[in-house]
Design a protein around this ligand. Sequence first.
Ligand SMILES: C[S@@+](CC[C@H](N)C(=O)[O-])C[C@H]1O[C@@H](n2cnc3c(N)ncnc32)[C@H](O)[C@@H]1O
Length: 251
Amino acid sequence: MPPALKALASQLAGGLIAWLMGLAGLLPPGLWPLALAQAIGAVMVAALLRSARWWLPIHLLFVPLALAMRTLALAPGWYLAAFITLALIYWSSFRTQVPLYLSNRKTAAAVADLLPPDRPAQVLDIGSGTGSLLRVLARLRPDCHFAGIESAPGPWALGWIQGRTMANLAWHRGDFFQHSWQGKDVVYAFLSPVPMAAVWRKATAEMPPGSILISNSFQVPDCKPERVIEVDDRRRTRLFVYRIKVPKARN
Ligand SMILES: C[S@@+](CC[C@H](N)C(=O)[O-])C[C@H]1O[C@@H](n2cnc3c(N)ncnc32)[C@H](O)[C@@H]1O
């Protein structure tokens, strides 16, 4: 079951448990006992569904916090505004399981060192966020061509505004699995462990022999990187470099 569906099922099941306990007269009167029963029920169901551990505190706090927020008597428009803002930033993260976090300058410099020094290269950032990596690279290597594909409208719009005058930067909105990676010398990914197997399948199917896939922090399962670069930054970023091999000739 996808994690978002597990979360919804846990919350609904928690609600059902609290409601049944209320009907059976097992809870003291008032909203707080109901909310606490819902929260504990949701946590138990989430654990039974083998949700990732970090979901459990979220389930525990979700309804009690919603109840507590009522005391602030905020206008409903604030909740709608917060929801729209978060949706524009995180968009399909509930499905892709890839949130937004940005590569830093030291990482961009390390990626620049991996570009071919003696010829122009075609570089693609899959899930390009706000373009924080690509803009640095595009300035460092005006001879190369850079492209970014981002699905979330918020980061995409920020990236478009900041990079619109850069001649060697193309900025696309959409799903990077639906775009071609053919002809790319370098594909950069800073995603999560979840899509890495599918990313590698697409890379080996479409990227030219000799090109490289650079993955920030997340390894391709069951595949040994050609190199691992340790970046000298605070989060101790590791870049895993995978080279696309020449396909073996068939007899
Ligand atoms: C961790 S951020 C990395 C941003 C940028 N590459 C950087 O290094 O600064 C990952 C981004 O990938 C985007 N993303 C995840 N899956 C995607 C997909 N299938 N197609 C396009 N973008 C995707 C997310 O919206 C998020 O903004």
